[in-house]
Design a binder for this molecule. Structure first.
Ligand code: SAM
Length: 326
């Protein structure tokens, strides 16, 4: 097996695959007017997904995350999970979801081979939830999380985008939530994308502000596992749950990058904020193109840059995260 290593010595065991650009939320920082399809979008079919995942697995990718848009809007999500979970070399299959479909489907996803779950939950207040996401689904999402916690997932994590003036005063409520639950809440610093400049300027808050509050409350930083995601994780002996901080604007954030992305239309993106995509779809039409697919992925990795240009305001091809798979 040829492992994927770039010219900066980073390896890539982790692929984030978007299943759709469609979303049923209208989050103020992402798709404030909701999703609007441009023409008839044709997202990757299950057979194309199987070939893609086989190609990456042959290059050492062992952790796959399904994302979007909202990946649970795919009617064929269950067979997709079963298919990717059985590709040799794939050890973890995770999903990032807004959680609205958890109560009805999470048990079946788990049985099909899903091993980890990330649920977006920006606030613990139902009214704020409606304001931020545009939808009154707080009860379903939190009910779905409770159900998921009993299903034996390797991990259940919650994602909250930190928003100045909207949800930045909720740490005490989160501490109550975490006291008895084996779950991690990860505060993600709002990222500037092509479409959200005004919102970003009004609501961006450095994640370090939350870290200072954590340290003051007796939480301590845990050592980072080699295959860990981008979060700095804090724990406290009095709480079962943990708090993660994802700070894309922090120094050296990109030095620990271990992931690649593929869009719902089959474009390889070397960086969330890169300014080009590499079309893989033509090589996903037949099992006979396996070698060519593997060669294209490993050659193109040579173009991966050392870091994103967010500090310079460069958001690359990404108008909003639903377009690439956040
Ligand atoms: N629909 C799914 C969900 O809600 O989790 C998956 C896709 S969504 C784009 C993935 C994550 O990106 C969500 O946690 C969302 O809150 C986050 N996100 C979207 N736009 C963002 C931004 N500009 N900055 C930081 N996080 C963002």
């Amino acid at each position: 097996m040829v492992a994927l290593v770039d010219r900066f010595g980073r390896s890539f065991p982790y692929l984030r695959l978007s299943l759709t650009e469609a979303c049923n939320y209208s989050c103020s920082y992402c798709l404030p007017d909701g999703y609007r399809a441009e023409g008839r979008a044709r997202f990757l079919e299950p057979d194309e997904i199987r070939r893609l995942v086989r190609g990456f697995a042959a290059l050492g990718m062992s952790k796959l995350r399904l994302t979007g848009g909202e990946p649970t809007l795919r009617k064929d999500l269950l067979p997709i999970i079963s298919t990717v979970a059985t590709v040799p070399g794939i050890r973890r299959v995770a999903i990032t979801t807004n959680g609205t479909h958890l109560p009805r489907h999470v048990r079946a996803w788990r049985e099909a081979g899903l091993t980890a779950l990330n649920v977006s939950l920006d606030t613990l207040d139902a009214g704020r939830f409606r304001e931020i996401t545009g939808h009154d689904r707080f009860a379903e999402v939190t009910e779905g999380v409770e159900l998921a916690l009993g299903l034996g997932f390797d991990s259940v994590k919650l994602n909250a985008v930190l928003l100045r003036g909207r949800n930045d005063d909720e740490l005490p409520a989160w501490f109550d939530y975490l006291r008895g639950r084996d779950v991690a809440i990860r505060f993600i610093e709002l990222m500037r994308t092509g479409d959200n400049l005004d919102f970003f300027e009004r609501h961006h808050l450095r994640a370090e502000a939350i870290e200072q509050q954590l340290l003051a409350a007796g939480w301590s930083l845990r050592p980072r596992a080699p295959d860990a995601g981008p979060a700095r994780e804090y724990a406290h002996p009095d709480y079962r749950g943990r708090v993660g901080i994802i700070a894309p604007y922090s120094k050296d954030f990109c030095a620990g990058c271990n992931r690649l992305r593929v869009t719902a239309r089959g474009d390889l993106r070397l960086c969330l904020f890169g300014d080009f995509g590499i079309g893989l779809r033509p090589l996903l039409q037949s099992d006979d193109d396996f070698d060519a697919l593997v060669a294209r992925i490993s050659t193109q990795l040579g173009l991966k840059a050392a870091g994103h240009g967010l500090h310079q305001g460069q958001t690359g091809l990404t108008p909003h995260l639903a377009s690439i798979g956040g």
